[in-house]
Design a protein around this ligand. Structure first.
Ligand SMILES: Nc1ncnc2c1ncn2[C@@H]1O[C@H](COP(=O)(O)OP(=O)(O)O)[C@@H](O)[C@H]1O
Ligand SMILES: [Mg+2]
Length: 212
């Protein structure tokens, strides 16, 4: 179980704390963090991924997986909103970046096939090459994160560049992954949410985030 305990978060310049004394647990399942823009969804994901603090950021609290501190890149991997890829590697090597075994390589091949990425394996990634589209890059970024087989997979707006067809396929892929792992998405995409069958956590209400 992923447990966030007594989380507090504040940025200089905000008139009040974004989170104060916030605690929540996540099982092996799919979850969607929802709520109005600016309510703190991405910030909470970044805390779970232990992304280094920015200047003026104040955070405290604990994040544990089965009672232990998470190892980034092993227990937890995050797909950021701007999903940077390694432009000097081709699509296949980006998608399989975290693969350690032949079986895992075949597993990524099968997911790439479903996500319509396998035919593009030999192309280059990144803004300079321009050989694959934004939507394809987004799917490669998700494959790359999954290739590490993290117990906790975090995704920030993972369907922002996808059409409905690919949104539905991605939702099914993640739903399957969430049967044995914890998948947490920030999303506003209703088509995606419905197909993912995720548990909703509404962070829009201040009373949820701030405990007196
Ligand atoms: N590094 C930062 N420095 C200062 N303020 C920030 C920083 N990151 C986010 N914020 C502020 O914190 C609030 C929550 O941001 P964020 O978590 O990105 O919201 P959401 O993902 O729900 O749209 C916003 O008001 C945003 O402007
Ligand atoms: Mg956000």
């Amino acid at each position: 179980m992923l447990e966030l305990r007594n989380i507090s978060l504040h940025y200089d310049g905000l008139t009040q704390w974004l989170y104060k004394g916030f605690s929540i647990c996540f099982d092996k399942d799919c979850y969607a963090l929802i709520g109005r823009s600016g309510c703190g969804k991405s910030s909470l994901l970044r805390m779970m991924d232990d992304v280094p603090r920015t200047k003026g950021e104040h955070r405290s609290g604990t994040v544990t997986l089965d009672g232990k501190k998470l190892v980034i890149g092993h227990d937890v991997v995050m797909v950021f909103q701007d999903y940077p890829l390694y432009y000097w590697l081709n699509v296949e090597r980006n998608a399989k970046f975290g693969v350690h075994t032949a079986a895992d390589g075949e597993w990524i091949d099968s997911l790439a096939e479903r996500l319509d990425i396998k035919d593009h394996y030999k192309k280059r990634c990144g803004p300079f090459a321009g050989q694959i589209s934004g939507g394809q890059q987004q799917r490669v970024a998700v494959l790359q994160a999954m290739s590490f087989r993290p117990k906790v997979l975090l995704l920030d707006e993972p369907t922002s560049a996808l059409d409905e067809h690919n949104t539905l396929i991605l939702a099914r892929v993640l739903r399957e992954y969430g049967e044995d792992n914890t998948v947490i998405c920030v999303t506003h995409d209703d088509v995606f949410l419905k197909e993912l069958g995720a548990k909703h956590i509404n962070l829009g209400e201040e009373s949820v985030r701030i405990r007196a």
